[in-house]
Design a binder for this molecule. Structure first.
Ligand SMILES: [Zn+2]
Length: 104
């Protein structure tokens, strides 16, 4: 097995859905190109914002929306709280230069 990023998405393919999990709609995950490791369910995912360190909860419903409706990348996980995402989107006080956002 190759070394993969240690920050795994909250869903775990192959595991039975835990209590309270939201089941994935695999038809809506067809945009994801992977070797069968599509999520089968989502669960609330606790993390700390990498910018301000505040404790956050990325809910199962939000993940379902992100992956299935917003067509988010399957290895993408929430790392920032809502306030910090807003702040970054607005530009203004960017602490680090992001090439994607910095380009005209
Ligand atoms: Zn934050």
């Amino acid at each position: 097995m190759a070394d993969e990023p240690t920050l795994l998405p909250p869903h775990m393919p192959g595991s039975p859905p835990p209590p309270g999990a939201v089941l994935a709609d695999r038809d809506k995950l067809s945009h994801i190109n992977t070797y069968g490791d599509l999520p089968r369910w989502y669960r609330d995912y606790a993390f700390n914002c990498i910018d301000c360190g505040i404790a956050q909860l990325w809910t199962a419903e939000q993940q379902k929306w992100y992956y299935e409706e917003a067509k988010g990348h399957i290895w993408a996980v929430a790392v920032r709280c809502r306030a910090c995402r807003k702040r970054r989107k607005a530009g203004g006080t960017s602490s680090s230069a992001d090439p994607k956002e910095a380009s005209p």
